[in-house]
Design a protein around this ligand. Structure first.
Ligand code: URP
Ligand code: ZN
Ligand code: ZN
Length: 472
């Protein structure tokens, strides 16, 4: 065997990065891209991409796996089934959340979450933190220490009683992020308005799943988005507003950008492919499958989100996979019952379908370039969360996390997906592409038909400072 032999060579690849598209072979050794170029030397194993597009593996910067929930709710996907599903949909890095319960130390939340991940992941993973109790100790000791140890992003909530922060607490967290070069992700919905509207709907007997969207109209997202922007301006620190759903929040972000503010934004497949109609009718509980927050909006709003993606308003495109079974007793039917919308666990599955949906309906329909696709699904999340250039690109020295795209007709059915959730909200959508192969650290984890487990080989990644942010 020659000294220069690669472990694997992918030949005749049409490589697409966030900036360029070029024909190349990809030489891989020890899980890392060692060489790019034409007519590379031999590999112990060779794959002919035959001119197909090869992108970096997806980085899903917003998903929830095995996150502790108030009983009886239980997330249906853990680090095994979630990363399995991610891999089969072209995602090779996931960043779920270690959530701090009020009264809990951040360190114990992180320790618990590592135990949940240990030995299970098929692809690499990092953690965001969820800060729900920003005590002086959390702000001055725990957060700076954890940021330095590789947890450089955290989410805060403006809604949900057990997680929400008031404006003063938000300012404290933003100040700590600024001092320690971390990135804060904001869930922007006005909690008091939601509670007031919910009570009014309940009093009128309007408790079917579809009223979830009535309790969280665009206005409550717009107001909180505006407030989050103002708080970030006050501290002079960038923020990333997650799961932006509606045209009114989009207008706030456009306004902030126009005023030179460093506001980053994320959207998700549910705001391009689902609408309020999917929450069903007055007596239709199946709409619970699409109950998530913020909720999907009217059909016309989908085009607004598409246009915002095209114009560059969004920095990242994430799944916000937060999956609960529809059947059984620990998901959308708590204790086996049909319940009022207030009690339906929020969230939908989407790890596996995120990349194919955007490739097929975005790239192949000519709405976005393949380079924009890479930026939105991989590169920018890697930069925002301090994983670039190890992740998020096809470059010498980067991890060999790659997707070879098959352009073929396929109709999404839950039976073909690899999560442990008993439905997909995207059932029946016809696509023109699916990953024909996914490689994680140079190993085939999905070949277009079969999943090849890598249980426990997915590595925990320590995140550096965000590289999307202006340097101090
Ligand atoms: O409904 C949703 N999005 N559930 C997941 C938690 C969150 O706020 O992202
Ligand atoms: Zn959220
Ligand atoms: Zn989420």
């Amino acid at each position: 065997m020659s000294e220069t032999q690669f472990d694997l060579v992918i030949r005749n690849a049409r490589v697409a990065t966030a900036s360029d598209t070029f024909m190349s072979d990809i030489g891989i050794r020890d899980g890392v891209i060692e060489q790019l170029g034409r007519n590379l030397g031999e590999g112990k194993k060779e794959i002919d991409a035959a001119g197909r597009t090869v992108t970096p593996g997806g980085v899903d910067g917003h998903c929830h796996l095995d996150q502790p929930m108030p009983p009886p709710a239980r997330m249906s996907d853990n680090f095994d089934t979630g990363t399995r599903s991610a891999a089969c949909g072209g995602t090779t890095t996931v960043i779920p959340f270690a959530v701090q319960e009020k009264g809990q130390s951040l360190q114990s939340a992180v320790d618990d979450y590592h135990q949940r991940a240990a030995g299970r992941a098929h692809v690499d993973y990092a953690f965001h933190l969820i800060v729900s109790d920003p005590t002086p100790d959390v702000l001055t000791r725990e957060l700076p220490k954890l940021i330095a140890q590789g947890y450089s992003s955290f989410k805060i909530y403006m809604t949900y009683d057990d997680l929400k922060l008031n404006d003063g607490e938000i300012l404290d967290v933003l100040d700590t992020a600024k001092k320690n070069n971390a990135l804060v992700m904001v869930h922007a919905e006005n909690a008091d308005c939601i509670e007031w509207l919910t009570k009014r709907l309940e009093a009128a007997g309007h408790t079917a799943p579809r009223f979830h969207s009535h309790s969280r109209p665009m206005l409550v997202e717009r107001e909180a988005t505006h407030r989050a922007i103002a708080l970030s301006e006050l501290i002079d620190v960038p923020i990333l507003i997650v799961h932006v759903s509606g045209r009114e929040a989009v207008e706030q972000i456009r306004w902030a950008r126009g005023h030179g503010l460093n506001i980053f934004a994320e959207t998700c497949p549910q705001y391009l492919f689902l609408s309020a109609e999917d929450l069903g009718g007055d007596h239709d509980y199946a709409g619970a499958k699409c109950v998530c927050s913020p909720p999907p909006r009217d059909k016309g709003n989908q085009e607004v989100i598409w246009n915002a993606l095209t114009e560059g308003l969004f920095t990242v495109f994430s799944s916000d996979h937060a999956a609960f079974n529809y059947g059984g007793t620990d998901g959308k039917h708590p204790e086996g019952e049909e319940v009022g919308f207030r009690y339906i666990p929020n969230g939908i599955p989407g790890l596996e379908t995120r990349m194919p949906l955007l490739y097929s309906e975005g790239v192949l329909k000519g709405r976005i370039t393949v380079n924009k696709f890479v930026e939105l699904t991989s590169t920018n999340a890697a930069k925002a969360y301090g994983l670039h250039p190890r992740k998020g690109t096809v470059a010498i020295g980067a991890d060999a996390d790659l997707v070879i795209w098959d352009e073929r007709e396929i109709t999404i059915q839950n039976t073909m997906l690899h999560h442990a959730t008993d439905y997909t909200p995207y059932e029946g959508i016809a696509l023109k592409a699916w990953p024909g192969m996914t490689l994680s650290a140079g190993q085939i984890v999905w070949d277009g038909e079969n999943f090849f487990p890598r249980s426990g080989q997915g590595r925990f990644l320590q995140c550096d400072a965000p590289s999307l942010l202006p340097k101090k």
